[in-house]
Design a protein around this ligand. Structure first.
Ligand code: HEM
Length: 488
C-alpha cells in the first residue's frame, strides 16, 4: 500500500490513499482473537476507565501491545496504539469504518447529523461544501479577532499575580469561536451561546456522577442543559432566517463567518435545515474546549521552560506590529512549542471508529460492529517513537536547514520524522475525517501564545499537571502560572 500527500488548492495537505490493495496487507498470518478483556461481568472494564481512563489506556497498551481488547458495558472494544494500524483505519482503509455507536451514544442528541457524526454520503457532501471556509486565506481573515481576543482575555492580569491560564484560555477560545461562528451577530447572542457552551462542558464533566446518567433523566443539570441548548438552537434558527432574507453568500467559502458558510451550504443543497443547526452546535462543541485546552497546556508548558519561552519571545517580539497569521507561521520555536504541547497533552485523548465488516489489525481478527479506540494520548507517550516521552521538549520539532531552523508539522496532522512512523503523532486525527478546524486551531494557538508572550513572562507555579479524561483531556484543577508584566 502506498500513500501520497496531496496538496489541495489552498496548500492544505490531505493524506489520501492512492491504491486500495491494502485490505489484506495485514492478513499474512492467520488472524487470531486478542486475549480476553479481563473485566467484570456486564460492567467490563468500566470501573478502571471511570477511575482514570488515561492511566487505564496506557497500562492496557503496555501490557497487551498494539491491539488490546477491553469491554465497556458489554461493548467489545479494542484499543489501537500501533501507528501503522492507526493509519490503516484512518487513511488506507477508512471506507471500511464508520464513527459508529460509541460517539453517537455520547453526543448524538447534541450534535445530531452535523459533520462530526454524519456518515457516508451525507458526511461527504457536508465536508465538501464546508472545506473552502477553512482554506488558508479564509482562516487568515480571523487573525485580527484572534489577537484582539487574546488581549481581552488577559486584560485583567496584574504584574506578579498567579492566574489560572485555563480560565484565560477558555475565555479566549470561546470569544474567538463565538465571533467566527456568528460574526457581527455575536453581540446579540453572546450570552445564549455562552450559557449553552458552559452547559455542554458541564454535561461532559466526568467528575460529576450525573454525567454518567442518560440525558432524559430530569436532573437539574440535565434540565438546564436541555433548556440552554434549545435556546441556542432557536437563536440560530432566527439568525438563519434573517440571513436568508438578506440574501446569503453564493459560495460557502466566501461567507464572512461560519454561520454564513453553513447557510450558503444549505442553499446549495448540501445541508437541510436541521443539519445546518446541528453544524453550528458541532462547531461550538468541537472547536471551543479543544482549543482552550491546547492553549492552556502550551502556556503551562512554556512556563516550565523559561529558556525556551525566551526563545519564543525573541521571535514574537521581533514584529513591529501585532502578530499576523503569516508572521507567526514563520516562527519555528513558537510552532514547535505548540506542536510539543499537543503531543504531550493532546486535547482529544482518544476517539472511535467501528468496522462495518470483519477486519484484521496487527494480526488480530476483529468482528464488524466493535468499538476501535484510537488514542493520541498513548501513542504520543510511547518511548519507541519519542525519546524521553513524558518531558516537554519542543526542541525535538526543530530541524536545521540552510535557511535556518524550520519547524515541521504545521499543515498536516504530523509528518514522519526519521524512523518515526507518520501516525506516532495525530492530535487532529487523520485521513479524510481529520479535524476540519486544524488550521484554524493552530493559528489560534500561535497567535494567542505570541500575543501573551509579548505582554508577559510566565513563571511556573506547579510542576506536574494533573489531568483527567472527560470527553477531552481536561486539567484536574486550575492551571496556575505567575505572570510578570513586560514593559513595552
Ligand atoms: C487544538 C484544537 C483541536 C483539536 C486537538 C481537535 C481535534 C480533533 C480530532 C482528533 C478530530 C477527529 C475526530 C475523529 O476522527 O473521530 C476532530 C474533528 C473535528 N474537529 Fe477538531 N480539534 C480542534 C479544534 C477544532 C476547531 C477550532 C474546530 C472548528 C472551528 C474543529 C472542528 C472539528 C470538526 C467539525 C470535526 C469533525 C470533522 C469530520 O468528521 O469531518 N476542531 N478534531
Amino acid at each position: 500500500m502506498s500513500e501520497t500527500v496531496r496538496r489541495s488548492d489552498d496548500g492544505e495537505s490531505e493524506r489520501s490513499a492512492v491504491e486500495t490493495t491494502a485490505h489484506d496487507a495485514d492478513d499474512s498470518e492467520t488472524p487470531v482473537s486478542p486475549p480476553d478483556p479481563d473485566g467484570l461481568p456486564l460492567l467490563g472494564n468500566v470501573h478502571s476507565i471511570a477511575a482514570d481512563a488515561l492511566e487505564f489506556y496506557e497500562r492496557r497498551a503496555a501490557e497487551r501491545g498494539g491491539v488490546a481488547r477491553y469491554d465497556v458495558f458489554g461493548t467489545e472494544s479494542y484499543l489501537l496504539t500501533d501507528p501503522d494500524a492507526i493509519r490503516r483505519v484512518l487513511v488506507d482503509e477508512h471506507d471500511r469504518y464508520v464513527k459508529g455507536e460509541m460517539p453517537r451514544e455520547q453526543l448524538g442528541t447534541l450534535l445530531g447529523d452535523g459533520l462530526f457524526l454524519a456518515e457516508g454520503e451525507r458526511w461527504r457532501e457536508q465536508r465538501t461544501a464546508m472545506r473552502s471556509a477553512f482554506f488558508r486565506e479564509r482562516v487568515d481573515a480571523y487573525g485580527d479577532a484572534m489577537v484582539e481576543h487574546a488581549r481581552g482575555a488577559a486584560a485583567d492580569w496584574d504584574d506578579g499575580e498567579v492566574v489560572d491560564v485555563h480560565e484565560t484560555a477558555t475565555e479566549y477560545a470561546f470569544s474567538v469561536l463565538a465571533e467566527s461562528l456568528l460574526g457581527d451577530d455575536v453581540e446579540r447572542e453572546r450570552e445564549t451561546v455562552r450559557a449553552a457552551a458552559e452547559s455542554i462542558t458541564e454535561r461532559f464533566d466526568m467528575r460529576r456522577l450525573a454525567s454518567f446518567l442518560p440525558e432524559w433523566i430530569p436532573t437539574p443539570a440535565n434540565r438546564r442543559y436541555r433548556r440552554r441548548l434549545d435556546a441556542l438552537r432557536e437563536a440560530i434558527e432566527d439568525l438563519v432566517a434573517e440571513r436568508r432574507a438578506a440574501g446569503p453568500a453564493a459560495d460557502p467559502g466566501a461567507a464572512d463567518d461560519l454561520l454564513g458558510t453553513l447557510v450558503a451550504a444549505a442553499e446549495l443543497g448540501a445541508l437541510d435545515d436541521d443539519e445546518l443547526v446541528d453544524n453550528a452546535v458541532t462547531f461550538l462543541f468541537a472547536g471551543h474546549e479543544t482549543s482552550a485546552l491546547g492553549l492552556s497546556y502550551t502556556l503551562h508548558a512554556l512556563a516550565t521552560r523559561p529558556d525556551f519561552q525566551e526563545r519564543v519571545r525573541r521571535e514574537v517580539t521581533a514584529f513591529d506590529d501585532d502578530p499576523s497569521p503569516a508572521a507567526v507561521r514563520d516562527c519555528p520555536a513558537l510552532t514547535a512549542a505548540v506542536n510539543e504541547a499537543l503531543r504531550l497533552y493532546p486535547p482529544v485523548h482518544s476517539f472511535f471508529r467501528e468496522p462495518t465488516e470483519p477486519v484484521t489489525l496487527g494480526g488480530y481478527r476483529l468482528p464488524a460492529g466493535v468499538a476501535v479506540t484510537l488514542s493520541p494520548w498513548v501513542v504520543h507517550r510511547d518511548g519507541r517513537w519519542w525519546a524521553d516521552p513524558e518531558t516537554y521538549r519542543p526542541e525535538r520539532w526543530l530541524h536545521g536547514s540552510s535557511s535556518g531552523e524550520v519547524s515541521l508539522g504545521d499543515d498536516t496532522p504530523g509528518p514522519a520524522v526519521g524512523e518515526r512512523p507518520e501516525y506516532a503523532y495525530f492530535p487532529f486525527g487523520g485521513g479524510p475525517r481529520h479535524c476540519i478546524g486544524m488550521r484554524f486551531a493552530r493559528q489560534e494557538l500561535r497567535l494567542a501564545t505570541a500575543t501573551l508572550l509579548r505582554r508577559a513572562r510566565l513563571e511556573a507555579v506547579d510542576g506536574e499537571l494533573a489531568l483527567r479524561a472527560s470527553a477531552n483531556t481536561r486539567p484536574a484543577g486550575p492551571v496556575r502560572v505567575r505572570v510578570h508584566e513586560l514593559v513595552e
